[in-house]
Structure formats: structure tokens, C-alpha cells
Design a protein around this ligand. Structure first.
Ligand code: NAD
Length: 468
């Protein structure tokens, strides 16, 4: 597979596609590696994973440069992602030996306890928009709790995950336990459709999520789906003035809008709306779009040409449907970036609830800005979506913040901030945004299963209550 740089459209690497036969053989090897790894002490597993996290930090510049060149995210943002990804290994390395079971009181003379055990070989399939984050978000908990894990990165951005695979080996992970299998849909189907897979964890588009859920259903395999979003940011007139504009803008344009959590519906309370509209428009026009490796760049290109074309098309469709461009940033002018996949960061207004731009995920730096009059109307507009991944509330009224947070139909709600995520906190969606939660105890639940062990304490078999 040719791997392109979105900065100038050049080919920066060639990566072999993994054919289904090789996927099948990787699953066989992973099963063998699992048999050994799952029996190792969690403390030892934690040690290896900690080393992996430390090695990622040693290689952080290399990984961040790869990510900036392949994904197109500014270097500083790429470096922050690499550090967060390394943090996943460190966090889960420390959680590995804290997974405990219960002794459960029951009727009758039994010692009954539950333990958590790993599932087996986990299939992880991830998208192109934050490759290193998604790779570690799945690999770190899967491995920490004793599973094997086969990761299929996106065919567009596999480079950082491939380097991660060699880092894991250098850290001392057994050969074959955690393989990265680059490829497209056929590789993904071979992996998720194999009956030897014990858990499927997927991040990506909801259409693909349905195909994965169908594959999982065929083999009765548990699965978790992190899908798209069309998240709202509710800006009340009493929003904290010192950070609302920067916060809302970064909530939608971060990573060139290629974020499932992008707060791409901006709902502004009428009272303060004129001033806020002006602030948002002015900030959007000032966004520096350019080479991700150049200092000062705030917004890189879209990662793929197809995504650039989709974003441009959705802006055009919105305008044709009656939306007005409130503000647009500039395209970079450097001739060497002429073939890059850049789009203008764009705020649209005069939108109506049925428009495509309000209902469908763009995955580019585009937001629809509209107004509301009452709190009830704001909540109704925010919840008027098939998705349910995230939402943001900007207000300094504490009672309102908690009322609205309770009423929003979303897996995550941010208040006076947007987009912060931690491995310690459960994350996942509702409805078209998927099901299942990752992070903290939710990750323990996802990557392990309960086993109950009942032991009779009866001295005399005749008195044991065997229920025939
Ligand atoms: P995608 O669904 O097209 O692809 C995701 C992965 O699935 C890729 O690796 C792809 O090769 C693979 N794939 C495709 N068809 C498959 C099949 N039938 N069986 C198995 N694997 C298959 O998504 P994308 O375009 O790479 O990423 C963008 C989408 O991801 C957006 O919708 C975005 O919102 C979503 N996303 C969600 C989250 C989240 O945490 N909720 C995070 C990031 C991105």
C-alpha cells in the first residue's frame, strides 16, 4: 500500500497489505502466545508494559514526526498525542495487578468467588484520525489484563502503529502476542470474522461498526464500538468570557476537525450571541493553516484526499441548502503545499435542524453555528441527533450546568472546557455513536470476563444440595 503525506500529496512509504491467510496465521500464533502471557503474573505483565511506555517516550520525537507527516497534525499536537499514548501503557501497566475478584456470600455451604480472566485473542480495528492514540488505547488494556491483541490500523495511517509494534518487542513482549496487521477492509474482515477471536474492539465509522457488529454476531463474540459523533457545544450568555471563544474554536477545529468528539454544532444563547459570533468569526479567520512541521501552525491538512473532498463538498452543499458562511480561515500560500489536502476552517450559520451539515459528521474543520432562547430549547437542539458521543456546556451558572449535563444524551459532557480525555475516565457513545466504554474500570470490564467458582464445603456428600 502507498502511504501518502497529506502535506504535499507525496508518497512517503510503502507498507505491505496483510492477506487473509497471513491474518489467519497471526491469530494462530497469538493464541499460542496468549496461553503463556495470560498465565504470567500481572506484576510481570505490568513491568513489560511500563517499559513499552518508557520506550515510546524515548522514541517520542521519531513517533511524533511520523505522525505529523502521515496524519498531518501539527508537530506539537502530534507530540502531545505520542505522550498521551505512552501514558496509556504506563497507566495500564499500573492497573494490571489491581484487577481483583470477590468472595461472594451465598446460601448453603460453599466458598464462592469470582475472578476476572482475559478473553483470549482480541481483534482491534482502528481509524486514521489519531493512529497512535487508538493503537495504544486498545493494545495497552488488552495486554495488561492478559489478552493477546491483533491490531489492524487504517490503511491510510499505519506508520506509527508499525513502529509501536517493534517498540513492544524491544520492551520484551513475547513474539506474536501483539501484532500490527496493516491492510484495508479485507484484512479487517478476515480478522473480525475469524471464530478464534474472543473480543472485538472497534473505533471508526458507524457504517463499518454495523458490519463489525454483524461479524461479531455471527460468531457470538462480545464487542465494543466507538463510532462517530455530531456533538453540540451549548454556549450560554453567562459563559466564562476569558476562554469561551478559544475553547469553542479548539473544540471543533482540533486535529483539523478529524475528531469523533468534534463539537461541530455550536448553539449560542440569543442574549450574548452577537458578541460571541463576532469573537468566533474573528478567531476562525486568524487560524494559521499550514505545514504541520512548521512552528506556529495551528491547523494541518486533512489526512486524506477523500476527506478533503468530502469536507469541501459538505460546505458547498450547506451553502446551496441556504446556510451562510460566517467566517473562513485562509489556505496556506506556500507553493510546496499546493498539492496538500488543506481546507479552509469554516463556520456556517443560518442553518436549520434538517440540513445535512447539522445532522451528519463532516470530520473536517467545519461547524454550524446557531442560536437558542431557552435552556429547554438548547437541550432539545443538542439532543436532536442520532449520535450521542459528547457535548459541551459553557456557563458559569452551577445549577444550570448540572441540570443540563443530566439532560444531555451523550457519553461525555464537558463543562467550560472541551475535548479533554483520560485513560482513567470511561469513554464511549450512545445510539449511532456506538456502545461499550473504554477507560479506567470500564476498560477492566471490557477486556476481562468474570468467572465464578463454587466450591462445596460439605463434609458429607449426602448432605450436599445437588439440584437434580
Ligand atoms: P472506517 O470505519 O472507514 O474505518 C475504520 C477501520 O475499519 C479501518 O481500519 C478500516 O480499514 C476498517 N474496516 C473497514 N471496513 C471494515 C470491515 N468490513 N471489517 C473490518 N474492518 C473494516 O473509519 P475511518 O474513515 O477510518 O475513520 C473515521 C470514522 O471514525 C469517523 O466516523 C469517526 O467519527 C470515527 N471515530 C470514532 C471515534 C470514537 O472514539 N468514537 C474516534 C475516532 C474516529
Amino acid at each position: 500500500m502507498d502511504i501518502f503525506s497529506p502535506i504535499d500529496g507525496s508518497i512517503i512509504a510503502e507498507v505491505p497489505d496483510t492477506p487473509p491467510a497471513e491474518v489467519a496465521s497471526a491469530i494462530g500464533t497469538a493464541e499460542q502466545a496468549f496461553a503463556d502471557w495470560s498465565r504470567r503474573s500481572p506484576i510481570e505483565r505490568g513491568r513489560v508494559l511500563r517499559r513499552a511506555g518508557e520506550l515510546m517516550l524515548e522514541y517520542e520525537e521519531q513517533l511524533a514526526t511520523l505522525e505529523a507527516r502521515n496524519l498531518g497534525a501539527p508537530y506539537a499536537a502530534s507530540l502531545a498525542m505520542v505522550r498521551r499514548a505512552a501514558g496509556s501503557f504506563i497507566y495500564f501497566s499500573e492497573l494490571a495487578d489491581k484487577v481483583t475478584g470477590d468472595v461472594i456470600p451465598v446460601d448453603g455451604e460453599y466458598l464462592t468467588y469470582s475472578v476476572r480472566e482475559p478473553h483470549g485473542v482480541v481483534a482491534a480495528v482502528v481509524p486514521w484520525n489519531a493512529p497512535i492514540i487508538f493503537a495504544t488505547k486498545k493494545l495497552a488494556p488488552a495486554l495488561a489484563f492478559g489478552n493477546a491483541c491483533l491490531l489492524k490500523p487504517s490503511p491510510e495511517t499505519p506508520l506509527s502503529a508499525l513502529q509501536l509494534e517493534s517498540i513492544l518487542l524491544e520492551a520484551g513482549l513475547p513474539e506474536g502476542l501483539a501484532r500490527v496487521l496493516p491492510g484495508g477492509r479485507a484484512t479487517g474482515e478476515a480478522l473480525t470474522g475469524d471464530p478464534r477471536i474472543s473480543l472485538i474492539v472497534f473505533t471508526g465509522h458507524d457504517g463499518t461498526g454495523k458490519a463489525i457488529a454483524a461479524a461479531a454476531a455471527k460468531n457470538l463474540v462480545p464487542n465494543a464500538l466507538e463510532l462517530g459523533g455530531k456533538s453540540a457545544q451549548l454556549v450560554f450568555a453567562d459563559a466564562p468570557t476569558n476562554r469561551v471563544v478559544d475553547g469553542v474554536v479548539s473544540g471543533v477545529f482540533s486535529n483539523t476537525g478529524q475528531a469523533c468528539i468534534a463539537g461541530s454544532r455550536i448553539l449560542v444563547e440569543r442574549g450574548g450571541s452577537e458578541q460571541l459570533f463576532r469573537g468566533l468569526a474573528e478567531r476562525t479567520r486568524r487560524i494559521t493553516t499550514g505545514d504541520p512541521l512548521a512552528p506556529g501552525t495551528e491547523l494541518g491538512p486533512q489526512t486524506t484526499l477523500a476527506q478533503k473532498e468530502k469536507t469541501d463538498r459538505m460546505i458547498r452543499n450547506a451553502v446551496e441548502a441556504g446556510a451562510t458562511v460566517l467566517a473562513q480561515g485562509e489556505l496556506p500560500t506556500a507553493p510546496e503545499l499546493a498539492a496538500g489536502y488543506f481546507v479552509r476552517p469554516t463556520l456556517l450559520t443560518d442553518v436549520t435542524p434538517e440540513m445535512e451539515i447539522v445532522r451528519e459528521e463532516v470530520f473536517g474543520p467545519v461547524a454550524a453555528v446557531t442560536t437558542f432562547t431557552t435552556e429547554e430549547e438548547a437541550v432539545a437542539l443538542a439532543n436532536d441527533t442520532e449520535y450521542g458521543l459528547a457535548a459541551g456546556i459553557w456557563s458559569t451558572d452551577a445549577a444550570r450546568v448540572h441540570r443540563v449535563a443530566a439532560a444531555l444524551r451523550a457519553g461525555t459532557v464537558w463543562v467550560n472546557t472541551y475535548g479533554v480525555i483520560s485513560d482513567r475516565v470511561p469513554f464511549g457513545g450512545i445510539g449511532r455513536s456506538g456502545y461499550g466504554r473504554e477507560g479506567g474500570q470500564a476498560a477492566v470490564e471490557l477486556y476481562t470476563r468474570h468467572k465464578a467458582v463454587w466450591t462445596s464445603l460439605h463434609r458429607d456428600e449426602a448432605t450436599a444440595d445437588i439440584l437434580l
